[in-house]
Design a protein around this ligand. Structure first.
Ligand SMILES: C[S@@+](CC[C@H](N)C(=O)[O-])C[C@H]1O[C@@H](n2cnc3c(N)ncnc32)[C@H](O)[C@@H]1O
Length: 281
């Protein structure tokens, strides 16, 4: 059997009882470690699960499905995913591959950022399309996510912005070499995301006089949701640019222009600088 097991968002104890029992009985257990991270070390996980974990980086997950699924028809193999297995777009492919190979499979669900985002008080029912904000570099500055945020705002929906994670990034010097050297992992912060959004707003503003989003628009910053050190901050896009929410992972929400009074009341707890009742969101 092939098992796809969600680990939740908090720490190693967020795995479900069912998930833990399966982990203990499997012949091989892989840990996917590039679409998200947990607030604990690999060593702690191995000790808690009482067994070694095989690390599955992007190359192995995207190109090595055969290797991971090998033997899963005869013995039990698990792939552990931080959050929920379907909280990232990558893992449905595993199920399709398992089906193709006639390997039976089971999914063990867990909390995902896609639903835990409700911790800030914004109603899940009112979220529109989720967007991903990628790190820009000198020459590559994609901004198509901005149009999706704009559409959500026009339809009075909140936008969850997932922020880029860069792991196993080759150093520029090693790009031409066979043997790659890697940069330290990077996790986009709420401040970095706000900085990139502001530069798009400034560019679009002068081009199209766009008032859907501006530097005074309300934003919600989330950090380490589900962990003991979880942080939530509410402020303007401009304020978010200089807000330090500490270590990874971070997400940014652009709320709808019109909010339910309960949403406003809940958000107000985290808004140090703004009186939301009087504020044009
Ligand atoms: C591709 S998504 C992976 C989602 C994961 N499989 C899940 O179900 O939650 C990764 C992005 O979600 C957001 N994220 C994941 N966990 C988070 C957390 N605990 N707190 C804040 N943001 C989080 C970050 O923006 C991160 O870059």
């Amino acid at each position: 059997m092939f098992y796809l097991i969600g680990l939740g968002l908090g720490d190693l104890k967020d795995i479900t009882v069912k998930g833990l029992e399966i982990v203990k009985q499997c012949s091989r257990v892989y840990l996917e470690m590039y679409t998200s991270i947990l607030g604990c070390s690999l060593e702690d996980m191995q000790e808690f699960y009482g067994r070694p974990l095989l690390l599955a980086d992007r190359d192995l997950v995207e190109q090595g499905a055969d290797e991971i699924l090998a033997g899963a028809g005869e013995s039990d193999v698990a792939l552990l995913v931080v959050g929920d297995p379907f909280g990232a777009t990558t893992h449905t492919d595993f199920i399709l591959r398992a089906k193709e190979k006639n390997i039976p499979y089971k999914v063990i669900h867990n909390a995902s950022i896609m639903n835990a985002v409700g911790c800030c008080g914004l109603q899940l029912y009112k979220f529109g399309e989720t967007v991903s904000i990628p790190y820009w570099d000198e020459t590559w500055k994609p901004d198509s996510f901005y149009d999706k945020i704009k559409l959500n705002r026009l339809h009075n929906m909140h936008t969850l912005c997932l922020l880029d994670i860069k792991v196993k990034e080759p150093t520029p010097e090693s790009l031409m070499r066979k043997r790659k050297e890697y940069m330290p992992p990077r996790f986009m912060t709420v401040a970095e995301a706000a900085h990139q959004l502001l530069s798009i707003v400034e560019k679009k503003d002068s081009l199209e006089k766009n008032t859907v989003l501006n530097e005074q628009s309300l934003c919600v910053g989330l950090a380490r949701v589900g962990q003991e050190s979880q942080q939530i901050a509410v402020g303007t896009l401009l304020e978010m640019r200089s807000t330090d929410l500490g270590g990874p992972l971070h997400s940014l929400i652009i709320p709808a222009k019109e909010m339910h009074p309960l949403e406003v009341e809940f958000l107000q707890q985290y808004a140090a600088s703004i009186k939301l009742d009087d504020y044009n969101h």
